[in-house]
Design a protein around this ligand. Sequence first.
Ligand code: ADE
Ligand code: ZN
Length: 337
Amino acid sequence: MEDFIRHLPKVELHLHIEGSLEPELMFKLAERNGISLPYANVEEARAAYHFHNLQSFLDIYYQGANVLITERDFFDLTWAYLMRCKADNVMHTEIFFDPQTHTERGIAFDTAINGIYHALRQGEKELGITSKLIMCFLRHLSEDAAFETLEQAKPHLHRLVGVGLDSSEVGHPPEKFARVFAEARALGLKAVAHAGEEGPASNIWDAMRLLHVNRIDHGVQCVQDPELVQELARTRMPLTVCPLSNTKLCVFDKMEDHNILSLLDEGLCVTVNSDDPAFFGGYMNDNFLALNTALSPSKEQLTQLSRNAIEAAFLNEDERKLLIQNLDDFWAKHGIH
Ligand code: ADE
Ligand code: ZN
């Protein structure tokens, strides 16, 4: 089964590029930019990655991003992630970046997006990995700050597929962002939002009804509301689920408790993703392998998780067909027997 998982063609839809900053690269960039880190070495940084909830992680995650200064830094960060995609048979990825994490400390919006975007284009050319870029608003900041970020994004609209909403969910429900999401959608952007990660099922309803999202990021708290679960199944609203993230942030005590396979069996469009892999213990293969160890999914279930991600991706129908063909070819070779 491990071999099956490693070779399974995958699509990632929930990845914060700042969360793919491995301690090794963090130290390299800190040295390059003359920045001091609160850790003596890589091992000490890794040892600090123990979290009891989302906020305890976010504090360390935002601090790590301080080493990202130049366009080259953002390029190197993104390139390192794409190499992991290659190793894990990720065919297509839709990544998030948090511009406000950088503009708040005086790094220009353009610096961040240029570095990330150029690495994504090079990844397409040299690695054959297709990609899209989603800009997230930080929900602990104001509506005005989100509108300002959308203004800064306007010269780069052709480089963005959508907007998202991340950071501290509890105490920051979606409604504050209804107007800025409406403007983003009017500009032709897709919409996604973190909802029902730590926060209540009502945040998932609100993301759908007030932000008109095309996908929900996480969404695992939907089980609090059976009517919501039914609605998610009926509409095939995708949930970008992040198994290792959920156990590292204590959303579930252990992987055996994770609800992704029950939701899959109830007909929801759940997908597997790595969220912040440098902090949570692994990339796509690691997430699938962790599910395999704890929940013993069938080959059909594993393949359906990949099929769901293809269904949920922001692609045109020709691009989608190509990915489905890859998955069908894989299934014909490795599926049955
Ligand atoms: N930013 C980075 N990772 C996040 C997560 N899992 N939830 C909310 N905001 C985030
Ligand atoms: Zn996330």
